[in-house]
Design a protein around this ligand. Structure first.
Ligand SMILES: N[C@@H](CCC(=O)N[C@@H](CS)C(=O)NCC(=O)O)C(=O)O
Length: 229
């Protein structure tokens, strides 16, 4: 099958989601790395993404942005192993969690807490500590709700791994590694177990930040990256 090309920046949770799906399907892919801030240039907006976001998928002459659409496309084009439940209710739950990631996890948790705590220091981006502290309650609310939805299931949309797990795990995988993140999980053993369960998959090892940076080094910065999500 034609290679799947993902335009993006290693370390972005949104970029990791389609890479995880491609790995789970055993499909050929490569990352086309952008410099930090490279998604905000007029050229990028004109050529790849009018809203200046990552990721963008190229598959042959088909170009697609919006992560949930990309995940669904890959799942449809390579049906095995299936990553969408056939049961209507589980499928609805999967789509609900994907929506929660896009609307609430990304801005409230990854953008407002994980990025300033883990990513910004790595790239020398200044951090507003007071803003991080102020963001904690809204982020905790999202974590609490996802723990409630997960309940005692193995995966967020039922007994089997789905696109929702692969959309969510890039945002959650680092939580145990920093103080505020660990605190979010303190009263949610089910979510902590889910992180460990999904984290152990070979697709996670193959798309680890350091592996991606090694295989697809980030080109020289075009302009500073102002924000994350
Ligand atoms: N709704 C978009 C959101 C994508 C998104 O927010 N991507 C982040 C990466 S983690 C981004 O492009 N941030 C860079 C920026 O806003 O400049 C999708 O599903 O693809």
């Amino acid at each position: 099958m034609t290679d799947f090309v993902i335009h993006g920046i290693p370390g972005s949770p949104y970029v990791r989601a389609p890479l995880l799906v491609l790995e789970e399907k055993g499909l050929p892919w490569r990352l086309e790395p952008l410099p930090m801030g490279g998604n905000r240039t007029p050229e990028y907006k004109a050529r790849l993404h009018p809203f200046a976001k990552i990721p963008v998928l190229d598959h042959g002459d088909f170009r697609l942005y919006e992560t949930r659409a990309i995940l669904d496309y890959i799942d449809q084009i390579a049906p095995e192993p299936a990553l969408t439940p056939t049961d209507c209710k589980l499928r609805a739950r999967m789509n609900q969690v994907i929506g929660i990631v896009d609307s609430y996890v990304a801005p409230r948790l990854s953008g407002a807490v994980t990025f300033p705590r883990l990513v910004a220091p790595h790239f020398g981006i200044p951090v507003d500590d007071a803003a991080v502290v102020a963001a904690i309650p809204a982020a905790q609310e999202v974590v609490d709700e996802l723990a409630r939805l997960l309940g005692d299931q193995n995966y967020v949309a039922g007994p089997a791994l789905s696109l929702a797990d692969l959309m969510l795990i890039p945002h959650f995988v680092f939580l145990p590694d920093f103080a505020e993140g660990a605190a979010f999980l303190a009263s949610h053993a089910n979510l902590a177990d889910w992180i460990e369960r999904v984290k152990g998959r070979p697709s996670m090892a193959a798309t680890d930040w350091s592996v991606l940076l090694d295989r697809f080094p980030i080109p020289q910065a075009a302009q500073p990256m102002a924000t994350h999500a």
